[in-house]
Design a protein around this ligand. Structure first.
Ligand SMILES: Cc1cc2nc3c(=O)[nH]c(=O)nc-3n(C[C@H](O)[C@H](O)[C@H](O)COP(=O)(O)OP(=O)(O)OC[C@H]3O[C@@H](n4cnc5c(N)ncnc54)[C@H](O)[C@@H]3O)c2cc1C
Length: 504
């Protein structure tokens, strides 16, 4: 078997320019160059090996993650990698780790919700990893319902401090990644109480562990919540639990871009909308969409390649059997997923643009597109992660449909069980999928109902629309014929896809 390229024949039959498609997939020639260089760097370095991930114990896995994170940091520094290259390196290391929350939520929260002075103080420490941050929002009692959080932050004008406290068992922070073992600091969301009055939920920068010996600071109880399912998926992450017993922090550690508390104990709200407090979530959702597209592409790639090399039935006169990919039933299952992988990839790129655009506008105090960004990221996060999780878990359960059990599905080395577990957890992370749908339904311009069985329908609409758009556009009656709840999201998906095709 070794040395035989079973895919060469299929590849030679390709009717499109594969090199051009690589660039389209990457986003630009520059992005392709970065991806190409950094992926080769990671693949060729034994320090980043991942083939043993599914067989290590939780403790070994976690030690391995710490070692890899340190090694990745050393590589980034030694090779003077740019921020873009460093992000790609972490992407190709491909192992959920405390660094994801540090770079993905802690830093963006300070950037988005902190004042200029707070950014100047905290960001250099975070960029050099002299402090390691996590994002402590969810509690045992409340996840999706952020307004229900119970942790309190009470202002004490005598000492110019906030007192952070967990008044009930259900107010214990529960789930934050990086919290269980590693983080020295957290963005903690708590009910702001000033002069006996409550002013809603706000973020605070709280130090959790000593920078000398890493022990928890007085009044802080912190630990790891334990095993999660999918060995190589999320057990590399130290999701944690956290309680506060009247922990005091300086007043200037409240993130004050949206609202401020003066040293006299006066609460002031700026004209910046309160939704900005959740701006970090908008950022994270767009990264989760990108992650879902990667997970789906990986799974579909494995299934497609396998279908091309696997031969079953149909031998004529002792000749070779038929390639599985040539069966219409296999194509009808596989190709919509392949199309979804491309569509999700383009959606991820568009959301990246949308987030950059919104961030630029916010800096100029233009908040007009924030509701749209909130709704688009929330809806598309639900759609893409649900579709991905369903696809991968289904293909693991029903292996004989796409790959055949003997070769890939049940074997951890195929990475599909872990990819599946990871994408299910992605769909739960940050806000559970169905509550995201409610967020979207509540938003002005988006009335979308999406669900596990809908994504194939979306793709079908996309293909049909695309053909009509390329042929000269849609009539108003065609627009009206879509069920109202489908229109917004599906049309938007079609537009992305067509824009990409036109550009390409
Ligand atoms: C792998 C992973 C990593 C995570 N990392 C972090 C982290 O770093 N930091 C952090 O703060 N949190 C983190 N979380 C927590 C995550 O944000 C929450 O789990 C998520 O917000 C959902 O909250 P919940 O679990 O309390 O579910 P709930 O809000 O209690 O929802 C439970 C169920 O009820 C349904 N439901 C809730 N409200 C409604 C409604 N109004 N109408 C209809 N149905 C409803 C939901 O859809 C869901 O099915 C993580 C979670 C996971 C799984």
């Amino acid at each position: 078997m070794e040395g035989v390229d079973h895919l060469a024949h299929e590849r030679n039959k390709s009717e499109f320019d594969v090199d051009a498609m690589k660039v389209v997939w990457a986003g630009s020639p520059h992005a392709f160059d970065v991806c190409d260089r950094i992926s080769k760097l990671v693949a060729s370095d034994p320090g980043f090996r991942k083939d043993n991930r599914s067989t290590l114990s939780r403790k070994e896995l976690f030690k391995n993650t710490l070692r890899k994170a340190a090694y990745a940091w050393k590589t980034i520094v030694d090779l003077h990698l740019s921020e873009e290259e460093a992000a790609k390196l972490r992407f190709y290391v491909d192992e959920p780790a405390f660094t994801d929350l540090h770079w993905g939520m802690f830093i963006p929260a300070i950037k988005g919700q902190g004042t200029e002075e707070q950014q100047q103080k905290w960001l250099p420490l975070a960029y050099k990893m002299q402090i390691i941050g996590c994002y402590a929002q969810t509690e045992l009692g409340h996840g999706s319902n952020v307004q229900g959080l119970e942790t309190t932050a009470t202002f004490d004008p005598q000492t110019d401090e906030f007192i952070i406290h967990s008044p009930t068992l259900t107010s214990s922070k529960w789930w934050p990644g990086g919290l269980g073992k590693v983080a020295t600091h957290a963005i903690v969301y708590a009910r702001l109480i000033v002069g006996g009055r409550e002013h809603g939920v706000n973020g605070f920068i709280v130090q959790l562990r000593s920078l000398e010996d890493h022990s928890p600071l007085p009044g802080i109880t912190v630990g790891d919540i334990g095993m999660k399912f999918g060995n190589g998926a999320y057990n590399t992450m130290d999701n944690g639990v956290l309680r506060f017993d009247h922990v005091r922090i300086p007043r200037n550690q409240m993130l004050m871009r949206v609202s401020q508390v003066t040293c006299e104990g006066k609460y002031e709200q700026s004209d910046v909308p309160r939704q900005l407090v959740y701006g970090t979530m908008v950022y994270v959702r767009q990264t989760i969409v990108a992650d879902a597209s990667c997970a789906l592409s990986r799974a579909v790639c494995i299934a497609t390649r396998y279908s091309a090399v696997r031969r079953q039935f149909g031998s004529q006169n002792g000749g070779p059997e038929t390639q599985v990919i040539d069966y219409k039933t296999q194509q009808s299952r596989l190709f919509p997923l392949l199309a979804s992988a491309y569509a999700f990839r383009f959606i991820g790129e568009w959301l990246k643009w949308l987030y950059a655009d919104v961030t630029q506008r916010l800096q100029a105090n233009d908040f007009s597109t924030l509701p749209e960004a909130h709704a688009c990221t929330a809806g598309l996060k639900s759609l893409t992660t649900t579709a991905t999780a369903v696809t991968i878990t289904e293909s693991i359960n029903l292996e004989t449909m796409l790959c055949g059990l003997a070769i890939f599905g049940g074997v951890p080395v195929s990475t599909r069980p872990d990819t599946g577990a990871g994408s299910v957890q992605d769909s739960l992370e940050e806000e559970e999928t169905w509550t995201k749908i409610i967020v979207v339904v509540g938003a002005d311009r988006f009335v979308v109902v999406v669900g596990a069985d809908r994504f194939v329908v979306v793709v079908e609409h996309m293909v049909a629309f695309e053909e009509r758009i390329i042929a000269g556009g849609r009539s108003p009656s065609e627009k009206e014929s879509l069920p109202v709840e489908d229109k917004s999201l599906e049309e938007r998906l079609v537009e992305f896809h067509c824009q990409h095709l036109r550009r390409g």
